[in-house]
Ligand binder design. Structure first.
Ligand code: 4AD
Ligand code: MG
Length: 446
């Protein structure tokens, strides 16, 4: 079939007679092929039929371009047949045309349908719910493909930032035998004849790796049996987690603001077109620079009281409190020094304030918390005591306690949710739109 002859883009095919050049649409829209004959390959995005002319918008991974077919063209019949989302190879001459979306148009000469599409189920005005039911098809939409491109840049820049700072990427296990973040959100599973869980966080394993590598990180899925249906909870999400030896909560806050700023700057630079098409201002992201403001938990409670919220000292903040706090600042804001009882068993406390955890959350508007991190308990006896206070059995964590037996050091780390970060950066209404195939309590198809 003709399609297989055009496997590589931007390369002359060697099939003899026709010598066609396969060009990415994005390159054509840059204006480099005006008045030249090109071949493109992609999918029918939109179609409009007149009496003597058919307009077909073709899309590939790099862009969308308008193509016209006149009644006297050889390809007229094939153009008539082409349905929305059919895949096709198309040859024609590029024309500059101010009226065409993107400023260029292809006057179509040849069209060869690769896969004729049945009636595409997605039309205008479909509900969010419906679009999630057909997510495997909705991923082709302009919005989703733009979001996925930005997601890719976010992940690349996360790796770049850590690498520049001398962190080593490591790969933690997904099957685990004891909880990191509390039993209520653990997914259990049968592992042969044992009961195991899916990981909630790589943290405990990263802690083991700092004893040889000192600065490590991973980007991996975490699983939470979240019953809450909110705009910021998934049951499977991607988790960026660094862990560092000889570091504390203040070092982590500095690392976090560097990382988040780095990612924002890179996306503002490299995804300018995507941001603009999504209706966003790249400058807004470019302005996210360190230092981020820091407020103590106690000060945060006072600020919330002044806004009329009735949170009591000692209680954890919910979605509402976090959003109200975040709106008070023009950059992401750290809240630190939480009461130790609302943080995890592994959180170290301030030597001079033993009731307060050396733990910080980073909050952003609309989403609230995007990171939690801080100093870890590094003393064996203290760790065992904390486990018992939290109702955990130290014998389930022997290997983790070993880390305090053999050359313990002060250390710290944090966890950043990729979908929450992206949802904030792109002003998405729900973290579900920041991941290709979202998983929530009710959604696991497709
Ligand atoms: O606050 P969490 O539970 O902290 C931890 O898991 C630590 N062990 C991380 C560490 O120190 N290495 O989760 C960290 C982040 C949250 O701030 C949030 O961004 C994200 O993970 N997150 C979720 N994202 C989407 N859906 C969920 N259900 C999430 N739960 C946590
Ligand atoms: Mg947290």
């Amino acid at each position: 079939m003709i399609t297989f002859l055009f496997r590589n883009t931007e390369r002359w095919n060697d099939t003899g007679a026709t010598k066609l050049r396969l060009i990415p649409i994005g390159k054509i829209l840059e204006g480099k092929y005006t008045n030249k004959t090109v071949t493109i390959r992609g999918w029918v995005y939109r179609k409009r039929e007149g009496k003597d002319i058919i307009f077909i918008l073709m899309r590939d991974a790099t862009g969308v371009i308008q193509c016209t077919f006149r009644k006297d063209a050889e390809a007229w019949e094939e153009a008539e047949k082409a349905t929305i989302e059919s895949s096709a190879t198309l040859t024609g001459t590029v024309k500059e045309d101010k009226r065409a979306p993107g400023g260029y148009e292809i006057s179509g000469e040849n069209l060869s349908i690769i896969g004729l599409a049945e009636t595409f189920p997605i039309a205008k005005d479909k509900s969010e719910e419906f679009l999630r039911d057909v997510r495997h098809l909705w991923l082709r939409s302009r919005k989703m493909s733009l979001v996925m491109r930005v997601r890719d840049e976010v992940l690349w820049s996360v790796h770049e930032c850590f690498r520049k700072k001398g962190f080593v990427e490591v790969s933690p296990p997904m099957f685990i035998s004891s909880a990191c973040e509390g039993g209520s959100t653990l997914f259990g599973l049968k592992y042969f004849d044992q009961d195991l869980f899916l990981t909630q966080s790589a943290q405990l394993y990263l802690e083991a790796l700092i004893y040889s590598l000192e600065k490590v990180y991973c980007v991996a899925p975490s699983f939470r049996a979240e019953k809450s249906r909110t705009i910021r909870h998934l049951t499977e999400y991607w988790h960026v987690e660094p862990e560092q030896a000889f570091a504390d909560v203040d070092d982590m806050m500095r690392l976090e603001e560097d990382l988040v700023s780095y990612v924002c700057r890179k996306v503002a630079q490299k995804c300018r077109k995507e941001l603009v098409e999504l209706g966003l201002d790249p400058e807004e992201l470019a302005r996210v620079k360190p230092p981020f403001p820091r407020v103590t938990y106690t000060e945060a409670v006072e600020r919330l009281h002044k806004k009329g919220l009735r949170v009591k000292w000692g209680e954890d903040f919910g979605f509402d409190e976090e959003r109200v706090l975040a709106e008070m600042f023009d950059k992401p804001v750290f809240v630190y020094g939480y009461p130790k009882q609302i943080k995890a068993f592994y959180c170290k406390t301030y030597p001079e304030k033993p009731d307060l955890a050396m733990s910080a959350d980073l909050l952003v508007p609309r989403i609230g918390e995007i990171t939690t991190g801080g100093s870890r308990v590094d003393d064996k006896d203290e760790l065992i005591k904390r486990m018992k206070e939290f109702g955990l059995r130290p014998e389930d964590y022997e290997w983790y306690i070993d880390l305090r037996r053999y050359g313990t050091v002060p250390h710290a780390g944090f966890g950043l949710g990729v979908e929450r970060l992206l949802a904030w950066m792109l002003k998405l209404e729900n973290v579900m739109d920041a991941i290709p195939f979202p998983r929530t309590i009710r959604r696991f198809y497709p």
